[in-house]
Structure formats: C-alpha cells, structure tokens
Ligand binder design. Structure first.
Ligand code: PLP
Length: 429
C-alpha cells in the first residue's frame, strides 16, 4: 500500500503518520456509515414511491412542456425532504442562484430579511445588498437585519427577538459555516431556532441555506419546520454526477413563487427543458448519501491529522459533524498555498496545475481554490479553498470516494512537509 501511495507522491513518513491517525477513527467511521445506510434507504424509498421509470430519463428541449422526468425528479426531492413541493433544475446555476431565487421570489418591496446567525455566506452580500450591487434586494426596497451569534457560537435569542419587527418577512439560516470559523449548526439546533422565530412572529417564512449539509444527518431542515430548504447540485445532493443545478424544497406556495421567478409569472414550473441532464441528476441523488459519507470521513480524517500537528480545526477532531466542511487554520498564506497545492496534486483532473489566489466574482478578498474536478467548481469533489485573509484558514471538502479524500489530505500534508512548514517528528500520537 505504501508503495502505491509513494507512486502518487506521498512519502513513507507522511503515509505512516496518516495510518496512525486513522487507527483511532474506526468508531467514527462506523457511525458515518450507519447514517449513509439510513439515507440510502430514504432516497431509494422516495424513488420507488414516485415511480421513477426509464421514461423519466428522456431528454426534453425547447419549452419542455409535459416533462415527466423533470416533474418526477421534483417529486423525488420533495419525498426525500418531506416537503409539499420542490424545484430542482439545471437552470438554477449554483447555490448562490438558488438562494437568490428563493429570497427574491418570496420577498416584496418594504419587507425585511433577517439573518439570526450572523453574516451570511460571502456571495450573498451582493444578493442582499450588504455590499452595494446592481440588482440586489436592497435596490428593490427590501431591507436587511442581522443578529450576530454569541461569542460561543450559540444563538442570541434576545437579539433575535429584538430584531424581528413588523416588516420582518423572511428569516435566512445558514447551516454550514461557509468561510467563517463559527460552528455549523445541527438540524436539531436549526429546528429550535425556527421554532423560536415563529413563536415571536408566526407568519415568518424560514429559509435554510442547506449547502454542504445534505445527508450528513438523518433529518434535514425541512423536517424541523423550514419553509424552504435550499442548496446546490454541485455539492452533496448531486452526488458528484449532476453537471449543474440547484434545488429548493419546501411549502407549495413558496416553491411556486420560486418557479414563477425562475421562469415567468404564468409559466412557473410548467416550462424548463431538461436538456439531457436528468439521468445524472437522478443517479447523483441516488449516490449522494454514500458520496457524502466519503466526504465526511475525509473531513474527520483531516481534523484529526491537522489537530495533532497543532493547527486549530473547526469542527475539532472529536466534535459531531453537521456539514462536510473542514476548516483548518493554517496561520499563513504560505501554508494555505502548500495545502491547496497538495489537494490539487491529488486530483484526477488538472493535477499538474498550481492553484494561485485570484479575485473570484462575488468575494471581497482574493481566494485560493484547489480543485481538479470532473464538473467545474464542484465542491462535492475533492477541493479546498479559502480567502487569503487572517486567520488564513483553508476549507477542505469533498472527495467522491473516501479513498480519494484520504489521498488529498495526505498530499496536502506532503506539500507542507516538503516545504518545512510542519513538523511530523515533534508530534505525539
Ligand atoms: C457554496 C455555498 C453557497 C453558494 O453556493 P455556490 O454554488 O458556490 O454559488 C452558499 N452558502 C453556503 C453555506 C455555501 O457553502
């Protein structure tokens, strides 16, 4: 085994270090496998209940009227997420688009949007208008408020109560930490937050940004009161196979408003050609529970490797997981670049290229991104990224298989080791 890893560029020292770390993780991995088994059955049951058939895989073009496969896929998502309806489309280009769509479709001029979990994901700043931007919600007279988390990362219920006013229409809750070092929330905690918000104002709509959270637990935000649960198909639920897309699962009225915003009033869900994307969308959703499990094992492995080397990890090596993201605070741009170089070198595609920081659209500092993916930008595939700003944390995620995630972590460590940026010898295991 050591020989084949050596062929990939992993030295015996790094491989040996990894194996020692792994020996302690068997119970964690067994628990991840049990969740995957449960979620596999959940998805299978949804597909059977919705009578998925060969006819669902046909390509539609043009308007896409009477697209059985598109409509059935949306029923499958609704069944798996236990919602009244779902909008699942390749025309939803990414997670940001899905979130922007859900917000723009369900807010009206004069309404206020509230984030009770602190600042939202970077790309939503321009969507909301926190950073002024053409086409933002702010330009349509939709205001925004935020209640920050308490220093320990928990909800500030007093601040949230105070922030809910007569104009508050929609509450947006981000499950995953994004590019922050706060904790990600469990579905149970999100449920408590939704219940609290609705106790203050019963007609509030609660939306959850579920990016990276799908299938990490046995329940989803839609099981604990979310009116809309939103995410990207080039993350967990696409299973690595969906070539593009996003989803919104939720209450029929909310989803219908999203459909009318995505297409046009009067058209809604009735149009939208599938352009041949459906087989991958179905098959990816079918594989998503096991793909997510592999990515989770990679995240747990990464936390255990890097924590033992003295780097702060969120979540830490022992904590339960609520998403597939692993933040590792490396403390310097040099270490971020070495880490990302290793992830890139471990990729099946573009392993020969060197990732460099660049001003990515939607982000306010340079971002370094390592990804050698079959689908561009797919972060359910092995990837690492992070904004080049203190505390110089990289966010590691994905891996279509556990073995590939493992290889990525070993290669990241290899690059740090080769450049003298970590000390394996001084480490107690
Ligand atoms: C990835 C992500 C988004 C945005 O998704 P894109 O597909 O990159 O546009 C939004 N919120 C969170 C928490 C994310 O992780």
């Amino acid at each position: 085994m050591q020989e084949i890893y050596q062929a990939l560029g992993v030295s015996p020292e790094v491989y040996g270090f990894g194996q020692q770390v792994l020996a302690s993780l068997q119970d964690r991995f067994a628990a991840i496998d049990a969740t995957a088994e449960y979620n596999q059955a959940k998805v299978l049951h949804a597909m059977q209940k919705c009578r998925v058939s060969g006819a669902c895989f046909a390509t539609s073009t043009g308007y896409g009227y009477n697209d059985l496969g598109r409509d059935t896929l949306e029923e499958v998502y609704a069944a798996a997420f236990h919602t009244e309806a779902a909008l699942v489309r390749p025309q939803i280009t990414c997670g940001t688009h899905a979130l922007a769509l859900a917000l723009a479709a369900n807010l009206r001029p004069g309404d206020e949007l509230l984030s009770p979990v602190g600042a939202p994901y970077d790309t939503l700043e321009e969507v909301i208008g926190i950073r002024p931007s053409s086409g933002s919600l702010a330009e349509f007279g939709i205001t925004y408020r935020q209640a920050d988390l308490l220093p320990d990362g928990s909800f500030d219920y007093d601040a949230i109560r105070a922030a809910i006013g007569p104009r508050t229409k929609l509450v947006t809750i981000q499950r995953s930490k994004g590019y922050a070092t706060r904790p990600s929330f469990s579905v149970e905690a999100i449920g408590r937050l939704i219940a609290f918000c609705k106790s203050v104002k019963p007609d509030l709509l609660c939306m959850v940004d579920n990016c990276y959270g799908e299938f990490v637990q046995r329940i989803e935000p839609s099981d604990v009161g979310a009116d809309m649960t939103v995410g990207s198909l080039i993350k967990n639920p696409g299973g690595g196979l969906a070539a593009a897309g996003g989803y919104i699962c939720g209450a029929r009225e909310c989803v219908e408003r999203c459909a009318r915003r995505l297409t046009a009033p009067g058209l809604g869900k009735e149009v939208g050609a599938n352009l041949g994307q459906l087989p991958a969308m179905y098959q990816g959703f079918f594989l998503a529970p096991t793909v997510t499990a592999g990515a989770l094992k990679g995240a747990v492995f990464a936390a255990n490797v890097y924590e033992r080397l003295g780097f702060a990890c969120v979540p830490n090596a022992a904590e339960p997981r609520h998403d597939i993201i692993q933040a590792v605070t490396l403390g310097s741009p040099e270490r971020m670049e070495a880490f990302c170089l290793g992830i890139q070198a471990a990729a099946p595609v573009d392993s020969h290229v060197t990732p460099v920081p660049w001003p990515m659209p939607g982000y306010d500092s340079d971002v370094i991104m390592a990804a050698g993916a079959f689908v561009q930008g797919s972060s359910i595939e092995l990837s690492a990224d992070g904004p080049i700003r203190p505390p110089y944390a990289v966010y590691f995620q994905g891996g279509l298989t556990w073995y590939h995630a493992k290889t990525g972590i070993l290669m990241s460590l290899q690059k740090l080791y080769e450049r003298g940026l970590v000390d394996l010898k001084g480490t107690e295991i």
